[in-house]
Design a protein around this ligand. Structure first.
Ligand code: ACO
Length: 323
């Protein structure tokens, strides 16, 4: 018998305000055509004034709890993947814990930028396999609209706000790839790429800062590293691209998603795409895409899923799981 971290529930939340590409046309030297053709993004959601990352995270978490038929105190651990926490401390995760009314267990944040949710899933899996938690609430939540340079047309048109949440539960498996749950993970980072994607401020520099990105360089690394990490995680299971029902990629750019799928040998009919509606929501993008994939009836119990992401650091990784 093998312990597996199995998905028990999923939910998401998007702020009410939808911002179409035309909003930027009125403010910057840009066009809907450029944004759609270079990124695939048509619209994104922005949080309302005063609405914070932990607010979005709590709503997504409540939706996941409802789907799982669980209450807040059934959860042993809460992990929030975010780069845009409400406060320097306490963690967004403990704020979610308080808002949910969870009075037991433990909560902490993970910061691996756009790869954050994959890193959080891998950590939740480790907590479950080591017996430290039976049920882990894993959330990706961001308010990237708070760290945009609104004069930089190369970045501010690309990002959005949102949150997605997954509940993982310890269940007995047979130890084969037919088991439901997380089957393999692969995590990587390389700090020598710091300067191609970063925020030029932070606590220690006494400013919030705004996002800076060398888009072309990030693009080049993304296609190469995403395909590589997905291949490595799949290789750990002995399964191949033909076995994959759904690739659920980080939603940064449709061209990265298409190029990576091609390198993986997976047709776009087996890729969940939400970038047109959400933009790049960083750590929230994969759980949002998973949740939309489930609610649209695409992802079904038993499906083999590969989730892959890359972000600032650079940090990148992937998870293979059977839904
Ligand atoms: N509207 C119109 N023109 C624009 C815009 C815009 N919004 N933005 C840039 N341009 C111009 C540039 O100024 C440039 O003009 P020039 O040729 O006169 O200098 C031209 O368009 C081409 O710019 P590029 O940057 O070369 O365009 P590219 O095709 O590379 O697309 C993009 C840019 C969309 C940013 C792409 O490089 C990309 O998606 N990169 C990866 C982003 C990513 O994956 N991030 C993931 C991680 S995010 C995280 O971790 C937080």
């Amino acid at each position: 018998m093998t312990i597996r971290a199995v998905v028990k529930g999923i939910g998401h939340y998007l702020p009410e305000r939808v911002v179409p590409n035309s909003w930027f046309e009125d403010r910057l030297d840009t066009s809907n055509d450029w944004i759609v053709s270079r990124s695939g993004i048509e619209r994104r959601h922005f949080a309302a004034e005063g609405q914070t990352t932990s607010d979005l995270a709590t709503r997504a978490a409540n939706n996941a709890l409802e789907m799982a038929g669980l209450s807040a105190n059934d959860i042993d651990a809460i992990i929030v993947a975010t780069s845009t926490a409400d406060l320097t401390f306490p963690s967004a995760a403990t704020m979610v814990q308080g808002a949910l009314g969870n009075t037991r267990g433990f909560a902490f944040d993970i910061q691996a930028v756009c790869a954050g949710f994959v890193f959080a899933l891998a950590n939740a899996n480790a907590l479950i396999l080591s017996g430290q938690a039976q049920r882990v609430l894993v959330i990706g939540a961001e308010t990237f609209s708070r760290i945009m340079d609104w004069t930089d047309r190369g970045t501010c048109v690309l990002f959005g706000d949102g949150a997605g949440a997954v509940i993982l539960e310890a269940q007995d498996g047979a130890g084969t790839t037919a088991d439901r749950g997380i089957l393999a993970t692969d995590l990587n980072s390389d700090g020598s790429y710091r300067d191609i994607l970063y925020v030029d401020g932070g606590v220690s520099t006494q400013s919030t800062g705004v996002l800076r990105m060398e888009g072309k360089e990030v693009f080049r690394h993304a296609v190469e590293k995403l395909a590589d990490t997905a291949h490595k995680a799949l290789a750990k299971t002995g399964l191949g691209s033909d076995d994959v029902n759904w690739v659920v990629p980080h939603q940064a750019n449709i061209r990265i998603i298409q190029s990576t799928a091609k390198k993986l040998g997976v047709g776009m009919d087996r890729v969940i795409v939400t970038v047109q509606d959400h933009g790049n929501t960083s750590a929230a993008s994969i759980p949002l895409a998973l949740s939309v994939g489930v609610s649209e009836g695409k992802i079904k119990p038993g499906d083999l899923i590969v989730a892959e992401a890359i972000g600032g650091g650079l940090a990148w990784g992937s998870v293979v799981l059977r839904w």
